[in-house]
Design a protein. Structure first.
Lengths: 322, 332
């Protein structure tokens, strides 16, 4: 048999037959009706998000409009804004202001520390150094949160390594001077707001570095060159090009650091003073005090603050570069 | 007269790669200078050395007589039109154009007026409020040009600025750039790998290969009188003729070049000439390009469209005017 004959006898049809069976029929159906496939894929997560996630949040919101009966300790299921009014009592307002200030400071410090690291990773690190960067940033996230905080308690304690190191460097007077300051000071770093601040920054820093790095990664390096070419000094290039283009990343990172600090109740309980943060207030109101409505109202505070924060960021044009 | 840009034995090495290797170069003020070469030939690195994005490994660079080594880009009165334009995505067109004046501290009304004028110059008046993302490739190119020109640079550097445009737009922009350069009198240094672009726009052309300049001259020089096989081959794909072949026609044992359009193709019966065989024909619109085999030597000829052509594989006779046979400097 010649080669020609072999080719002509094996000639393929223009349209291939279906693979048959249920799978073949389903493949063809999904190809013809792509929206059906999309619906099937989205249904489970949407149900989860809609019912379990948003639903429970809504239930929480509902709780905050109820009021606890001070004598019986029972929840009075009638609509009232009185629980929200309780938030404005001096003690509660203190908690809110303290937490918001801490969250803002932690976010600010995280952004300042994260930017150079993220900048290096996005612009200079290649290959092995990049892998090392990711490892270095992620590694703390792999170990237990509680272990890290207790480790920090030891580091910051009066007998801890930090005090020892400063003593060796003859800089103990600096630490003592800082600790003698009102508000930020205390007996030792581990029982001061400064300690709480340091540990918050440590724990949330990766959540700032990664989005900023992702944002900087998307800035073409020739924009920096173009800015320099047009006469901008490195400082002007940072202010006019790099910072505005990294801003969406910084805002994304600050959403993490800000909201995580607003809601955390473990760090301020282990490290810091006995004054409460929102998370601790929620914890004690729903637990020992049994005042679910007030706990719910406290929980709404971070949501409202974040809402205003994002609205303000949008107004300032933080997302224009997206 | 001082040169606009002067390179003295300038090298730029990246590890063991000699991107630019001992280049001497003098660009005359007010001229349209093209750097032509294949990718990786060092032309773009030369441009970046002038802009200040790269520092020379050896040698010295002067811009209008002033030493430029160690001077950062932002202190050079030189502006660049980048290959992919590098417009700032977070600024509108007017702020993009006004950027250079803004960082120099020019007041807002003044710099916006200058930016408007620059936009009119590149025929984009009234586009100031748009974002770069809303513009077509050709419009972005003009904005990049306006953004550089508004600073009134001593030298304007253009890094393959027309590479991303389609043919029609590219031809328009070539003419516009040329007339703009004549009108403004600014020194233009233009990097391209497109020989047609270099020849049609530039006053002088430097042909680069392997980090070295192969030849500097007017477009006519480069095209008619290439000095080396590389230049002959790269600029307009001339026929490169080996020394033995050249000796038969000129008496000199040297490499030669012959433009494809200088070759006449006749039938085998028409008489004297180089015996050859037609390998293939390539229809190019206004002309037809013929691939020929003359006893193992591959030649190309370009004939006007409509010329009666022999069949493929047919024997033909090639003739040419001996004056058109150019002898190259390159040793045999």
């Amino acid at each position: 048999m010649s080669l020609d004959a072999a080719i002509t006898t094996k000639v393929a049809p223009a349209i291939l037959p279906g693979s048959g069976g249920l799978r073949g029929a389903l493949s063809d159906l999904f190809w013809r009706e792509p929206k059906l496939l999309l619906l099937l894929m989205l249904l489970p997560p949407v149900l989860w998000l809609g019912i379990v996630y948003i639903g429970s949040l809504f239930a929480l919101l509902l709780q905050s409009f109820f009021l606890i009966d001070e004598f019986s300790g029972l929840i009075n299921r009638e609509f009232t804004l009185k629980t929200y009014g309780d938030l404005f009592q001096a003690a509660n307002l203190d908690i809110i202001l303290r937490t918001a200030t801490m969250a803002a400071l932690v976010t600010f410090a995280s952004a300042i520390i994260a930017f150079p690291i993220a900048y290096y990773a996005a612009r200079y690190a290649r290959g092995r150094w990049k892998a090392l960067f990711y490892l270095g940033v992620m590694l703390p996230l792999w170990s237990s949160y509680l272990v890290k905080i207790y480790a920090w308690k030891l580091i910051l304690a009066k007998e801890g390594i930090l005090t020892w190191l400063l003593a060796k460097l003859n800089l103990l007077w600096l630490l003592d001077a800082w600790l003698s300051l009102p508000v930020v000071g205390g007996n030792s770093l581990s029982v001061s707001f400064t300690g709480t601040f340091i540990v918050f920054v440590y724990v949330w820093l990766p959540f700032m570095i990664l989005p900023v790095q992702a944002a900087l990664e998307r800035v073409p390096s020739n924009l920096v060159e173009a800015s320099s070419d047009l006469g901008a000094s490195p400082g002007q290039t940072f202010r006019n090009v790099l910072f505005p283009l990294a801003l969406p990343g910084i805002v994304a990172g600050s959403i993490f650091t800000f909201s995580l600090t607003l809601g955390d109740y473990i760090i301020p309980q282990i490290i810091g003073t006995s004054r409460l943060f929102i998370g601790q207030a929620v914890y004690s109101q729903q637990g020992t005090a049994g005042n679910i409505p007030l706990a719910a109202a406290f929980t709404v505070v971070p949501i409202v603050i974040m809402g205003f924060y994002l609205w303000g960021a949008k107004r300032m044009g933080a997302f224009d570069a997206l | 007269m001082t040169s606009a840009v002067s390179f003295a034995r300038v090298s730029r090495h990246f590890g063991s790669v000699r991107a630019v290797d001992a280049v001497d170069l003098d660009i005359v003020p007010g001229e349209f200078f093209a750097m032509l070469g294949p990718s990786g030939s060092g032309k773009t690195t030369c441009l970046r050395l002038i802009a200040g994005f790269e520092q020379p490994t050896a040698g010295s660079i002067a811009i209008f007589g002033e030493r430029a080594e160690g001077v950062p880009p932002y202190r050079r009165n030189v502006n660049t039109v980048f290959q992919d334009y590098a417009l700032f995505p977070h600024l509108n067109v007017l702020d993009n154009v006004a950027y250079g004046l803004m960082v120099k501290g020019v007041g807002k009304p003044e710099r916006q007026k200058a930016a408007e004028e620059a936009l009119s110059l590149v025929r984009l008046p009234g586009y100031g409020a748009r974002r770069p993302g809303q513009l077509s490739g050709g419009q972005r190119q003009r904005v990049a040009l306006a953004r550089a020109l508004v600073n009134q640079p001593k030298v304007l550097l253009l890094d393959e600025p027309l590479g991303a445009l389609d043919l029609k737009l590219r031809e328009n922009m070539q003419e516009e750039l040329k007339s703009l350069q004549k009108a403004l009198g600014i020194t233009f240094v233009f990097v391209t790998h497109d020989q047609g672009e270099a020849l049609s726009m530039a006053d002088r052309v430097a042909v680069f290969n392997d980090g070295k300049i192969m030849q500097i001259g007017t477009p006519e020089d480069i095209y008619q009188r290439p000095k080396t096989r590389f230049v002959a081959d790269f600029v307009g794909s001339s026929n490169v003729l080996p020394p033995d072949f050249v000796q038969r026609y000129s008496g000199q044992h040297r490499w030669g070049s012959l433009r494809p359009e200088s070759i006449r193709v006749g039938s085998a019966a028409s008489g004297d000439g180089v015996a050859a065989r037609l390998v293939s024909t390539n229809y190019l619109g206004a002309t037809t390009r013929l691939a020929l085999d003359a006893g193992g030597l591959r030649l190309h000829a370009i004939v006007p469209a409509g010329t009666a052509l022999p069949e493929q594989g047919e024997a033909v006779v090639l003739t040419f005017n001996r004056e058109h046979l150019h002898l190259m400097d390159e040793p045999a």
